[in-house]
Write a protein of this length. Structure first.
Length: 326
C-alpha cells in the first residue's frame, strides 16, 4: 500500500477517498444520539450568531467531517510536495494526514479544531515561504490575521502567535517590522471585535476573553492509558523517522532542515496549548496532525526495506481499527 502512495498517480485520489471512509467504519457502525458542533467560541457569537450546534444529524456530522478531512489531506499533500520536504513528490503526506485524523473517535466528528486545521495548513504554507520572500512583512501580517480568525473559532489556536517569532528566527534575519507585523495583523481582527462589543455596550465582556491566558499549566494529569494504546505504533514510527531524519539531517538542504525544526515546534506548541481550554476535548490534538503527518510521511518516503515498512503500516492501520472497535 505504501508503494502505491509513493507515486503521484491520479488514481490515488480515489484510493485516498476510499481509505478515509474505511478508517471511519467504526464510528459509522456505532449509534449516536447526538453530536454537538460548536463552530465558534462563545465570545465570537456576538459577531456571528449562527446556531449550528444541532444543525446536523450524527451521521451527517461524521460524513461532512470525513469530506473535510479528505479535502484537507489533498491541500496538505500539495503543500508538502511544493516545498520538497520529502525525498520526492508523493501522496504519502495525504495518506498520513488521513491516518492521523482517524486515531480516535473524537477526531472523526465536526469540531473547531478540525476547522482550524484548514487555517493551520494555510499558515504552514506561508511559514515555509518566508525564507523565499524578499520582504516578508505582508506575509507575516496575513499570518497574524489568520491566527486571529482561528482564535475566534478555537481560542487555543492563539498560541500559533509564538510560531511567527520562531519562524522568523529560523528563516529570516532580524527585522523589527516583520516581528511587529504579525502582532498588528492579530490585533487588527480583535480591534474590530472590540469595537463591535463597544457598540453593543458589552465592553466588559471583551476583557473576559483573555482570562484563560492566566491559566496555570496543569501539573497533574488524569489519563486513562488504555485509551491511548493506539499511540504506541505512532511512537514507533516517529522514533524511526527521527533516527532517519538525524542520519540525513546534514545531507538535506538548509531550508528543509529549518522546515522540520519549524514543524517540530509547531507540534509541541499545538499539543501544549490545551491548557488554555479548561474543558478541552480529545479533538484538540487534531492540531498536532499536520506537523506530525510530515514526520510519518518522511519515514515511509525514505524507508528501504519494503517488507518491513509495508508490514509496519498494515499493523498501524489494524491497531487503529482494533482500538476504535473495542
Amino acid at each position: 500500500m505504501i508503494n502505491q502512495f509513493r507515486k503521484l498517480n491520479p488514481i490515488n485520489l480515489v484510493f485516498l477517498l476510499a481509505y478515509t471512509f474505511f478508517l471511519r467504519i467504526a464510528i459509522f457502525h456505532e449509534t449516536h444520539d447526538k453530536l454537538n458542533f460548536d463552530f465558534l467560541e462563545p465570545f465570537a457569537r456576538l459577531l456571528i450568531n449562527i446556531d449550528l450546534d444541532n444543525a446536523f444529524t450524527p451521521y451527517t456530522n461524521i460524513f461532512i467531517a470525513a469530506l473535510l478531512v479528505y479535502v484537507q489531506a489533498l491541500i496538505f499533500n500539495r503543500i508538502v510536495n511544493n516545498h520538497n520536504l520529502l525525498a520526492k513528490p508523493s501522496f504519502l503526506p495525504g495518506l498520513m494526514f488521513i491516518t492521523g485524523t482517524s486515531l480516535f473517535m473524537p477526531f472523526m466528528i465536526l469540531s473547531p479544531a478540525l476547522l482550524c486545521n484548514f487555517l493551520l495548513i494555510w499558515i504552514i504554507d506561508k511559514f515555509l515561504k518566508l525564507g523565499k520572500s524578499a520582504n516578508a512583512i505582508t506575509t507575516v501580517f496575513d499570518i497574524g490575521m489568520i491566527i486571529a480568525v482561528g482564535t475566534l473559532i478555537y481560542f487555543p489556536f492563539m498560541t500559533m502567535l509564538l510560531m511567527i517569532f520562531l519562524a522568523l528566527l529560523l528563516f529570516r534575519s532580524f527585522n523589527w517590522r516583520e516581528w511587529v507585523a504579525g502582532l498588528i495583523g492579530f490585533i487588527t481582527v480583535f480591534f474590530f471585535l472590540a469595537v463591535f462589543y463597544y457598540w453593543n455596550d458589552n465592553l466588559s465582556s471583551f476583557y473576559q476573553i483573555w482570562k484563560p491566558l492566566g491559566n496555570k499549566f496543569p501539573s497533574v494529569f488524569k489519563i486513562n492509558y488504555n485509551d491511548y494504546l493506539v499511540l504506541i505504533p505512532v511512537t514507533v514510527i516517529i522514533v524511526l523517522a527521527s533516527l532517519q531524519l538525524r542520519e540525513n539531517f546534514f545531507r538535506s538542504f538548509i531550508s528543509t532542515r529549518k522546515s522540520f525544526q519549524l514543524l517540530f515546534f509547531m507540534f509541541i506548541i499545538s499539543a501544549a496549548s490545551f491548557y488554555l481550554k479548561p474543558d478541552f476535548r480529545t479533538w484538540h490534538f487534531l492540531l498536532c496532525v499536520p506537523p506530525g503527518s510530515v514526520l510519518l510521511a518522511y519515514y515511509f518516503s525514505n524507508a528501504k526495506k519494503r517488507w518491513f515498512y509495508e508490514t509496519l503500516f498494515v499493523l498501524f492501520v489494524l491497531s487503529i481499527q482494533y482500538f476504535l472497535f473495542v
